[in-house]
Design a protein around this ligand. Structure first.
Ligand code: PRT
Ligand code: MG
Length: 211
């Protein structure tokens, strides 16, 4: 059996055509079914539906052999026990620093101000500001980061930006790119060795589909 961990929403939607090209079709739609384990057209392949931040954990411990997770999520997880063979080029966006439209970020940085930064991506934010030599107090949030500068919780946020519509709608502006983000295929290192005969053809097919 090969078990693939996926999150519902944009990763699942954008992974579907790639999996299909690799010959894997789920027999149910996770948006309609409440099942967390989906069967596929292939008797030896099943799909687990987990929260996006939990995908690396399932694969790390071997509860899933493969998974698809955003680079943002992998960076926070740390990637231990994971083989990352493939950039799938889906769910693309950019991790950015954003501030209120009227805030002069560059000047605050030049003046050596200590910034309060709210984010779900504490690890990435810490590395980014340390490399720039900017002093920050990081405030961990689990979502709706855009609200933090609007309520006085923080001066800036680190968040993912795709179209920029969410920032604009909340009177914020992106001031710095931290990293481009896309979803990666991840594989449990032990599973790759033990089940190489069934996993390698799947990796090859996904690589062709993502190219
Ligand atoms: O939403 P939930 O709390 O269930 O979990 P999640 O946010 O982890 O899952 P999901 O499905 O929203 O995101 C899964 C993955 O998609 C992320 O880990 C990213 O790798 C990737 N991705 C790509 C994005 C975006 N684009 C994106 N735009 N994830 C989130 N966003 C959010 C962003 O945080 C912001 O709130 O969309 C908003 C900005 O979008 P624009 O288009 O308005 O700029
Ligand atoms: Mg989300």
């Amino acid at each position: 059996m090969i078990t693939i961990a996926l999150s519902k929403g944009r990763i699942y939607d954008e992974a579907l055509p790639l999996l299909k090209a690799a010959g894997i079709i789920a027999t149910e739609d996770p948006e309609l079914s409440r099942k967390l384990i989906l069967a596929t057209n292939r008797r030896n392949v099943r799909i687990l539906i987990v929260r996006s931040a939990d995908v690396p954990t399932y694969v790390q411990y071997g509860a899933a052999d493969l998974g698809i997770a955003g680079k943002d999520v992998l960076n926070e997880h740390g990637g231990r026990g994971l083989y990352q063979p493939l950039d799938l080029n889906i769910a693309c966006c950019r991790m950015m620093v954003a501030v209120p439209a009227g805030f002069d970020y560059q000047q605050a940085v030049r003046q050596g101000a200590r910034l309060r930064v709210a984010t779900k991506y504490v690890q990435a934010a810490r590395e980014h500001f340390a490399a720039k030599g900017v002093h920050v107090d990081l405030i961990k949030l689990y979502g709706s980061m855009e609200l933090a500068p609007l309520t006085g919780l923080a001066d800036a946020i680190v968040d993912l930006v795709a179209t920029g519509n969410t920032l604009r709608a909340n009177n914020l502006k992106a001031v710095e790119e931290i990293a481009p983000i896309s979803a990666r295929l991840i594989v449990n290192q032990a599973a790759l060795k033990l089940k190489r005969d069934s996993i390698q053809p799947l990796l090859d097919a996904l690589a062709r589909a993502a190219a």
